[in-house]
Design a protein around this ligand. Structure first.
Ligand code: NAD
Length: 472
């Protein structure tokens, strides 16, 4: 069991003003995974003030000095890969092998690549008698969810460090433990005091005061659209910059000429990974009517071959949902789907025999789904796939775009020119073609209610700059 009984503020481990500990529950065993100090509004003031005081000196370091700190931090995290993996698996249930590769190694690699991006701050542009320079936006507050917790954290910390900003970081109260390991690494590499501050706490007690704080210049938030709206409102009176990475209901558009076996198994895999708790999950599979029955049988057979169980077992594909609350939410959606007339192709609410404890669900697929049904419109955030038939490509595009979200999408076709044309017509921040792979350098973010702003790569760093014109 992990115990982190202090917060990290101004380069030191300090007692929280609230003087309380938060229990973190392991969703596989329903026992204590750890405890972490809980912050309150007084701690918010201390942390913001530390970040504000550190800003001038940090932002004036050379790019090479900031780059060096970023490289050192990536190195210090690399030494903690095992600890981070075990901790994230214990706090949110991702299977160990997947957790190590996707939840831990990948973000550390993304952080290391940001060393070179520190030089972006030095780029200038001449426009007639104006010289355009970049400056760091200032003190940032980072508010994160629990589903890929280190990835989302690094997606904010790495560009902020590169851009010369200082920060106060709030992980999800469901999964704070990994963030304390990150703070230990920050301390080990001697990042100047106040550049990175860690507060653990709830949205109401720590998140909201951070958004309202007059000395916070920018909030970057990843989480639900519901909280993103509340955060925007809380930040509005102080006119700070707000970047939002929110939910999704992404389509996989399978075209008539696609390799159906490859497309459908990829799609099922994509939804079930991380037990469906992936913001970009392709939760609506759009299949031509003429191939719908064939697609259903491929999907059913493949989903039933996926193993559900203990996330520390090497053979497990789906671990538990991350919390009792998340399990309840997903079960409610499954009941709604059935009540609205969708057919349960596989999975559902039945308990899994060999799993007495833990928040487990079977991989669940609904057929005969109409895009207006609740399960096709709202983000479920669990291992639940909706398979929707379409008549022709125009109809498929209409369904693909008939969603309040626009985070991601994928088009699967035997004709790459056609796939690209379809991709251009989908309103989403990322559209993949066939089995195109995740790219940490490519801009990531949403259209519509999936958010604003971009993370990762050079585009992610741009979010942290102010632009100044010096005119002679
Ligand atoms: P959530 O919105 O409930 O919580 C996210 C964070 O916001 C937590 O740290 C929480 O404490 C804080 N928070 C909640 N209400 C707040 C408020 N009023 N003011 C300030 N802070 C507040 O989301 P979650 O359940 O942790 O995560 C799941 C959601 O995150 C899903 O909707 C998923 O799609 C989304 N997500 C989006 C991306 C992306 O990059 N677009 C990535 C991962 C997850």
């Amino acid at each position: 069991m992990k115990l982190f009984d202090k917060l990290y503020i101004d380069g030191q481990w300090v007692n929280s003003h609230a003087n309380k500990l938060l229990d973190v529950i392991n969703p596989a065993t329903e026992t204590l995974a750890g405890q972490a100090a809980l912050a309150d509004e007084v701690d918010v003031d201390r942390a913001v003030s530390a970040a504000k005081n550190a800003f001038n000196a940090w932002s004036q370091l050379t790019s090479a000095e900031r780059a060096n700190y970023i490289s050192q931090l990536a190195g210090a995290l690399e030494k903690r890969i095992d600890d981070l993996t075990d901790t994230i698996t214990a706090e949110m249930g991702a299977p160990l092998g997947f957790c190590r590769e996707v939840q831990v190694e990948d973000p550390i690699d993304a952080l290391a690549k940001h060393a070179d991006r520190a030089a972006l701050l030095d780029q200038t542009l001449a426009i007639g008698n104006a010289q355009v320079v970049r400056e760091p936006v200032g003190v940032c507050a980072f508010i994160n969810p629990w589903n890929y917790p280190l990835h989302q954290m690094i997606g904010k910390i790495a560009p902020a460090l590169a851009a010369g900003c200082t920060m106060v970081v709030k992980p999800s109260e469901n999964t704070p433990l990994h963030a304390f390991i990150l703070a230990e690494a920050v301390h080990e590499v001697g990042l100047p005091a106040g550049v990175f501050n860690l507060l653990n706490g709830t949205g109401a007690e720590v998140g909201a005061p951070l958004c309202q704080h007059p000395d916070v210049d920018m909030v970057s938030f990843t989480g639900s659209t519901r909280a993103g709206i509340a955060i925007s409102k809380a930040a509005a009176p102080t006119v700070k910059r707000v970047c939002l990475e929110l939910g999704g209901k992404s389509p996989l558009l399978i075209s008539e000429d696609a390799d159906l076996q490859a497309a459908v198994t990829f799609g099922v895999d994509d939804v079930m990974i991380n037990s469906g708790q992936t913001c970009t999950a392709l939760t609506r599979m759009l299949v031509p009517q003429s191939r719908y029955q064939e697609a259903l049988s491929i999907a059913k057979e493949y989903a039933e071959s996926l193993s559900v169980g203990d996330p520390t077992d090497a053979d497990t594909f789906l671990g538990p949902l991350a919390s009792r609350e998340q399990l309840d939410i997903v079960q409610r959606y499954i009941r709604t789907g059935i009540a609205e007339g969708a057919k349960l192709l596989t999975g559902g609410l039945e308990k899994i025999n060999h799993l007495e404890t833990g928040y487990y669900l079977r991989p669940t697929i609904f057929s005969d789904v109409h895009n207006k049904m609740t399960i096709a419109q709202e983000e479920i955030f669990g291992p639940v796939l909706c398979m929707i038939p379409y008549q022709d490509e125009d109809h498929a595009l209409e369904i693909a775009n008939d969603t309040p979200y626009g985070l991601s999408a994928r088009v699967w076709s035997g004709d790459s020119a056609k796939a690209e044309q379809l991709a251009k017509k989908i309103r989403a921040g990322q559209v993949y073609i066939n089995n195109g792979d995740w790219n940490n350098e490519a801009p990531f973010g949403g259209y519509k209610q999936s958010g604003n702003g971009r993370e990762l790569g050079n585009f992610g760093v741009e979010e942290f700059f102010e632009t100044k014109a010096i005119i002679r």
